[in-house]
Design a protein around this ligand. Structure first.
Ligand code: SF4
Length: 470
C-alpha cells in the first residue's frame, strides 16, 4: 500500500514533515522520501527502508532539509516523491494507489513525444507515469482530473508547488486524505492520528475525488467531492493503525465491534474455551471485543517482541518474511500449556502464518486451538490498491480449497455461492480450510456483521475481496 503526509507552515515545516511521515511507517516497507520547498528552492531525499526504520534513515536529512512546504511518503513500491520539471514549472509529486493499465498509458505518453527515466525493477515508476499524465494538460487541476480519469485502479495524489500543495483524493475515495490545522499552518495526511501529537486538530476529511490546494494561510477547494464512494473496508480490518479512523469511524472501535459480533453468533461457551487471544497486533482489539461479549477471559498467550524487531530486518522474499513474523512471537507457556484457546486474527490470506502459529501453540502444550478470523474468507485479489499480502488469487487459502473441489476455471456464480455463509459450498470450504490449517474449529465473521461493525452503508464501502462485487 503506502501512505503520505504534507504540511504547509509559516515557519520551517521539516519537524512536522519528518514525524508526520514517520507515523505512516506501518503502511509500507520498501522506500520512503521527503521533498520540501522554501527560499532555497526544492530539496528531496529518498531512502530504502527495508532494513532500517524511517527515522534512522532520514536523521541527517532531518537536520539538513529546510522549507515551509513539504510532502513525504512511505511506499511499498516505487521510490518517491519525484521532482518534475514541466510546462507547469517545477513540482514534487507523491502518490498512493495502483495503476492497472500502465502499458496503455505509457505507450500513449511515449507516442506524444515524452519519455520515462525512473525505471525500477524494469517497470515504469508509477508516480512518474501519473506526473506524465498531469503534464498532458494545461494546468494542474485539469491534469490531475485527466490522470485520475485515465487510470484504471485508484490514485490519490499530493503535489508540492511553490504556490502551495495540491491534495487530490482518488475518485472513489478508496483511500483517505484528512486535513489538520494549527496556528502556524495546515497538514494533509493519509492517517488521521499522524498529526495529533504535532499540535494539529481535525480540519476536514476530503471527499471522493475532491481536490484542494493547501498553504500556510488556508485550504481552498478546487474540485468538489463526488457523490459515489467505495472506501476500502480493509483499512479498518487490518491496514489502518488502531488509533486512526476513516469517515468518522474509529479503527479500534470497529475491530472491537467485529469481535463482539463474532461472539454473538458463536456457539462456543465458557465451558468449552479457557481463554480468548488476538494474534498480535491487528487481532488484539477484535479479541477484546469477543472476550467482553462472551465473558471468556482475554489473555496474551504470546507476545510480540517489539524493541528491535519492527523493521530491523525486513526481507522481500515471502518465506523469509513469514519466518521473521514467527520469530517476533514469544510464547508464555503458563497461558498455553493444557489450555483450550480461541484465537482471533484480522483475516486469513494465504494461511501459512496462522498454520505455523497454530503448530507453535500445539507444540507449546495447547489442548485446542479454535480460530475466528475477523473478516470473511478472502476470495478475490485486490485490483484497486497495491494490497501486497498475496501476489495472486491462487495463493489465497479459500481459492486453493475451492480449486481442489472444483478444478481450475470456476464459474463466477459458483464462486459467489462459496462466498455465501449460508450455502453448503461455504461450509465445505470452511471444513477444507480448517483441516488444512490444523484448527480445532473455524468460524469466520460474516460480511453483513463486519459491515455493521463499520456502520457505513454497504454501497459506500469496497467489499470486492470478499464478495467480488465491484
Ligand atoms: S478489494 Fe479489498 S483491499 Fe482492495 S480496495 Fe477493496 S476492500 Fe480494499
Amino acid at each position: 500500500m503506502g501512505g503520505f503526509f504534507a504540511t504547509a507552515n509559516k515557519d520551517d515545516c521539516v519537524f512536522d514533515l519528518f514525524f508526520g511521515t514517520d507515523y505512516h511507517s506501518h503502511l509500507g516497507t520498501r522506500r520512503a522520501g521527503m521533498a520540501t520547498f522554501g527560499k532555497d528552492g526544492f530539496n528531496r531525499a529518498i531512502h530504502n527502508i527495508e532494513n532500517s526504520p524511517f527515522r534512522t534513515k532520514f536523521e541527517s536529512d532531518f537536520h539538513e532539509m529546510k522549507g515551509t512546504l513539504g510532502i513525504g511518503c512511505i511506499s511499498d513500491y516505487e521510490p518517491q516523491p519525484l521532482i518534475v520539471r514541466s510546462h507547469h514549472g517545477t513540482y514534487a509529486i507523491s502518490t498512493v494507489g495502483k495503476i492497472n493499465n500502465p502499458d496503455v498509458l505509457t505507450d500513449e505518453i511515449i507516442k506524444n513525444g515524452s519519455h520515462f527515466q525512473e525505471l525500477s525493477s524494469g517497470s515504469i515508476n508509477a508516480t512518474e507515469l501519473v506526473a506524465a499524465l498531469i503534464n498532458q494538460k494545461d494546468n494542474f487541476i485539469e491534469g490531475i482530473k485527466y490522470a485520475q480519469s485515465r487510470i484504471e485502479g485508484s490514485m490519490s495524489i499530493m503535489l508540492l508547488t511553490p504556490k502551495g500543495i495540491y491534495c487530490a483524493r482518488d475518485r472513489l475515495g478508496r483511500t483517505p486524505i484528512v486535513l489538520g490545522m494549527k496556528k502556524d499552518g495546515f497538514c494533509a495526511s493519509f492517517e488521521k492520528f499522524a498529526y495529533l501529537n504535532l499540535g494539529y486538530s481535525d480540519y476536514k476529511e476530503l471527499g471522493p475525488g475532491e481536490i484542494v490546494i493547501m498553504t500556510s494561510e488556508g485550504v481552498q477547494t478546487l474540485v468538489d467531492p463526488g457523490k459515489e464512494m467505495k472506501i476500502c473496508t480493509f483499512l479498518w480490518v487490518y491496514y489502518g493503525y488502531p488509533s486512526s479512523g476513516y469517515e468518522g469511524v474509529s479503527v479500534e472501535e470497529m475491530r472491537y465491534n467485529c469481535g463482539a459480533s463474532i461472539a454473538k453468533r458463536d456457539k462456543l461457551t465458557k465451558n468449552e474455551v479457557d481463554i480468548v487471544a488476538g494474534v498480535p497486533d491487528s487481532g488484539t482489539a477484535h479479541a477484546v471485543g469477543y472476550a467482553n461479549e462472551s465473558g471468556i477471559p482475554f489473555s496474551r498467550p504470546f507476545i510480540k517482541y517489539t524493541p528491535t524487531w519492527p523493521r530491523s530486518f525486513m526481507p522481500t522474499i515471502q518465506s523469509q518474511r513469514d519466518m521473521i513474523a514467527h520469530m517476533k512471537l514469544i510464547p508464555v507457556h503458563e497461558l498455553i500449556d493444557g489450555k483450550r484457546l480461541l484465537m482471533i486474527d484480522d483475516s486469513i490470506v494465504r494461511g501459512t502464518q496462522l498454520r505455523e502459529t497454530t503448530e507453535f501453540l500445539y507444540n507449546s502444550g495447547a489442548k485446542e486451538v479454535h480460530v475466528r478470523p475477523a473478516c470473511p474468507p478472502i476470495m478475490f485479489g485486490c485490483k484497486y490498491l497495491n494490497f501486497s499480502r498475496s501476489s495472486s488469487e491462487m495463493e489465497l487459502i479459500a481459492r486453493r480449497i475451492i480449486n481442489r473441489e472444483e478444478g481450475a476455471n470456476v464459474e463466477r456464480t459458483i464462486l459467489e455461492d462459496y462466498a455465501n455463509p449460508d450455502s453448503d459450498r461455504y461450509k465445505r470450504m470452511l471444513e477444507g480450510i480448517r483441516q488444512q490449517l490444523g484448527f480445532t474449529s473455524l468460524g469466520y465473521n460474516r460480511l453483513d456483521d463486519m459491515l455493521e461493525a463499520v456502520g457505513i452503508p454497504k454501497e459506500k464501502l469496497c467489499t470486492y475481496c470478499w464478495d467480488g462485487k465491484e
